[in-house]
Each structure stands twice: as C-alpha cells, then as structure tokens.
Design a protein around this ligand. Structure first.
Ligand code: NDP
Length: 285
C-alpha cells in the first residue's frame, strides 16, 4: 500500500495581465498524461511584488515557473544564475528550481526553432523576421545559434530594430541587417523563412492587416507566426493561399512548454496532448 499523499508539486506562471495566458491548460494536460501529481498555477503578480513573489517560489518549494509580460527582464536580478542564451537575450521566461537554487532559462526561441525544425532545418537559411521585441530577440538569437545563413530584421521602430540587429552581429557570427518597416514590405525572391514576431493579429485585434506585399510570397517559402490566439492570422491565411508551408504560434507555445516540462520534471511530455489541449480552448477545428 502506497502512503496517502495530498501534496502536489507546484509550477506556475507569473504575469500581469495573466488571466488569458493559456499555458496552464497544456501543462496540466501533459502532467495528467504522464501520471504526474503536478499543478501549474496562473498567478497575477504586479511589478512591485516580483521580488516577494520569487521569494515565495523559494519558500514554498515550487519546482519551476514561467515569466510573461512584464517580468522577463526584471526577474533576472532575483535569480541565482542564468543560461548563456538567456544572458545573450537579457530575458528569462523559465525558472528551474533545483537544490535551493533558482536558475533562469529562455525557452521561447528554442521552442520556436524546435517547431521550425518540424518542417525545415534553419541551418543555412535566409530569414526575414518582423519585430524586435522580446519574442523576436529570443527567436533571433536561437535561429542564429542554429546556423541561419542570414537574418533581416524588419521593425516599425528603428531603435529596437537596430539594437537587435547589432546584438545578433556582435553575439553571433550571422550576418544581420535592419530594415525599417514602412508600408507593405516586399520579400526578396531568395528568402527561405518568414517569421512574424510582432503582436500584429493577437486577440482582440484579430482582423489586423499584416503590412506585406503578399504577391512577393513564393510557394517554396516557410511562413511562421508567433501569435497563439487566434492561431490563424491574416499573414498565415495569405501565405497558405500563396502555397507556402505555414507554422502557427501554437507550435512555438507547445515546444517552449515541452522544454520547460523536461527541465522541471526530467520527463518527456507528449506534444500532441499539449497541442490538443490548446486547440480545444481556442476552438480550432
Ligand atoms: P513586445 O512588446 O516586446 O514587442 C512587440 C513587437 O511588435 C515590436 O517589435 C513592435 O514594434 C511590434 N509591433 C506591435 N504592433 C505593431 C504594429 N501595429 N505594426 C508594426 N509592428 C508592431 O512583445 P513580445 O515580443 O513579448 O511579444 C510579441 C508577440 O509574441 C505577442 O503577440 C505574444 O503573444 C507572442 N509570443 C508568442 C509566444 C508563443 O509561444 N507562441 C511566446 C512569446 C510571445 P515596435 O518596436 O515598433 O514597437
């Protein structure tokens, strides 16, 4: 007879606002499918309470945590160490609690690359990425580390776009240029992978028009979007019409969750269970 155990292992996400973050449903589905007595809590933490909230992870023996807006940069000062890739990006989205130490990792870009690898290897590819915020920094660093041949950053604000291009040039050996996004962007014929890493199309702005000359899409291009909700965006609809291979934001979301799950539990979850849980909440057919 097993002794009774009412104490579950705890993981969570801290953010503000956080109520619409769907990570809980995919992580708890995966815990259940693996027979793990673990929980994943969605916790609203205001910026001024972040230090105490991280102290709470230590005090209550949490096994891991994710960070979302606005905590990914500020959290670093409260951790015992961070990975090289997270240091390069200057952002942490995943804390692993081990032996009384809180270690920071960034799984966003790794999740994206994992999702991309399901359709192509980024090594040797010419990449155009829209956006230069947190998601773009993570994706830029990881696609560069995965051996991209060339990266063009296209961003509305020059300051953030230039800063990301400079970071990639200095920290990786990948040739990276910045182009200011002004009107509909025209893709060069030899682009292999197109990435939307902006928030254009995110709920509730679901009818947002993506500023791209869609006639410049070629059927051999891979077009990916980070927007998880709704997973089908204007960009992906147009790319599918042009015959491109498309990757939605659920792929990145699932794969960054898979990496966090492995770091916390040491167990490999089933990505299909996680995607199915997300598709159910987002009403994907
Ligand atoms: P940030 O606020 O850090 O960056 C937003 C980026 O979008 C900036 O480059 C900004 O440009 C650009 N942008 C926003 N609105 C417009 C617009 N109307 N026209 C042109 N550019 C615009 O956000 P994050 O990088 O943290 O997040 C971006 C998106 O990524 C979010 O929608 C988030 O949901 C998604 N995401 C998805 C994940 C997943 O697993 N699928 C994981 C993490 C994030 P500018 O510099 O000019 O302001």
């Amino acid at each position: 007879n097993q002794p009774l155990n009412f104490k579950q292992e705890l993981t969570c996400v801290f953010g503000q606002p956080v109520a619409e973050n769907p990570t809980q449903c995919m992580m708890e589905a995966a815990y259940n499918a693996c027979g793990l007595e673990w929980r994943y809590l969605t916790i609203e933490v205001a910026p001024e309470n972040l230090a105490q909230a991280v102290g709470g992870l230590r005090a209550m023996g949490f096994r891991g945590a994710n960070l979302t807006i606005p905590h990914k940069v500020e959290v670093i000062q409260y951790l015992d160490g961070i990975s090289d890739a997270a240091a390069m990006m200057g952002a942490v989205n995943c804390i692993v609690c081990k032996d009384d130490q809180l270690l920071g990792e960034n799984t966003d870009g790794k999740g994206f690359v994992q999702s991309l690898k399901e359709v192509t290897d980024p090594a040797g590819k010419k990449i155009v990425m829209f956006g230069a915020g947190g998601a773009a920094r993570a994706i830029g660093v990881e696609t560069a580390l995965a051996g991209a041949a060339e990266i063009t950053i296209v961003n509305r604000s020059t300051e953030r776009g230039e800063a990301l291009a400079q970071l990639l040039r200095e920290k990786t050996s990948v040739p990276t240029t910045f182009t200011k996004w002004d009107g509909d962007y025209t893709l060069a014929d030899d682009v292999d992978v197109v990435i939307n890493a902006t928030s254009i199309g995110l709920y509730p702005d679901v009818d947002a028009v993506f500023p791209l000359d869609f006639a410049s899409l070629k059927s051999n291009m891979i077009v990916s979007d980070v927007i998880p909700n709704p997973p089908e965006t204007h960009l992906l609809r147009e790319a599918a019409k042009a015959g491109c291979t498309t990757l939605d934001g659920l792929g990145m979301l699932v794969n960054q969750g898979v990496i966090g799950f492995q770091l916390w539990t040491g167990v490999d979850p089933d990505p299909k269970v996680m995607r199915a849980a997300l598709e159910e909440v987002f009403g994907v057919e």
